[in-house]
Design a protein around this ligand. Structure first.
Ligand code: FES
Length: 180
């Protein structure tokens, strides 16, 4: 089973301490977020190891990982693009936005580019239906009104950043400042 580092175990303990001893399982989301932050994704091994720490069945941890699409079940590219294809967005070209991104990057939905820069995923409602079509960049930045032109602008900016700043901080999408 996966062994977590001392610092990871300490971070888990801090989260577990927020709950009564018999409710350790309540820290599961925080522990998953810690693992994803450190490893980039949550593997089945990591789920089992978290289950052992929290005294809960591994399947219960897996149910949480698979319910929320912010948890990556496999390694993703530097930029994870979640394009909303739920009905309100679909009625305003959300499906076309997903197709556009996939075709521009030459990937299928849930796929990653071979250079490890992009991962593209369809997404359930992101809670910003009035701004459709919308997408979420790296689980944090909501991008609104993603027309083909804006998608092209975004992809070009992210590609350029990956080339010129291979290990730097991930940039915000300048054209969307003020919308998040
Ligand atoms: S349906 Fe896309 S944000 Fe709600």
């Amino acid at each position: 089973m996966m062994q977590f580092s001392e610092s990871t175990v300490a971070r888990f303990a801090k989260e577990v301490a927020k709950y009564p001893a018999e409710q350790k399982a309540s820290a599961v989301m925080a522990c998953l977020a810690i693992v994803q932050h450190e490893q980039g994704h949550v593997s089945a091994d990591a789920e089992s190891a978290i289950a052992a720490v929290l005294d809960m069945p591994a399947i219960a941890v897996h149910e949480v990982t698979t319910f929320y699409n912010m948890y990556n079940q496999r390694a993703t590219g530097r930029y994870k693009l979640n394009v909303c294809t739920n009905l309100p967005c679909a009625l305003r070209d959300g499906d076309k936005a997903l197709e556009h991104v996939c075709s521009k990057l030459g990937v299928e939905p849930y796929g990653s580019t071979p250079d490890g820069v992009f991962t593209v995923q369809p997404s359930e409602c992101l809670g910003a239906c009035a701004d459709a079509p919308v997408m979420l960049l790296n689980d944090r930045q909501m991008l609104s009104f993603m027309t083909p032109d804006r998608l092209d602008e975004l992809l070009a900016m992210l590609k350029a950043d990956a080339e010129t700043n291979p290990s730097g901080d991930r940039p915000r999408y300048a054209a969307d400042e003020g919308r998040t």
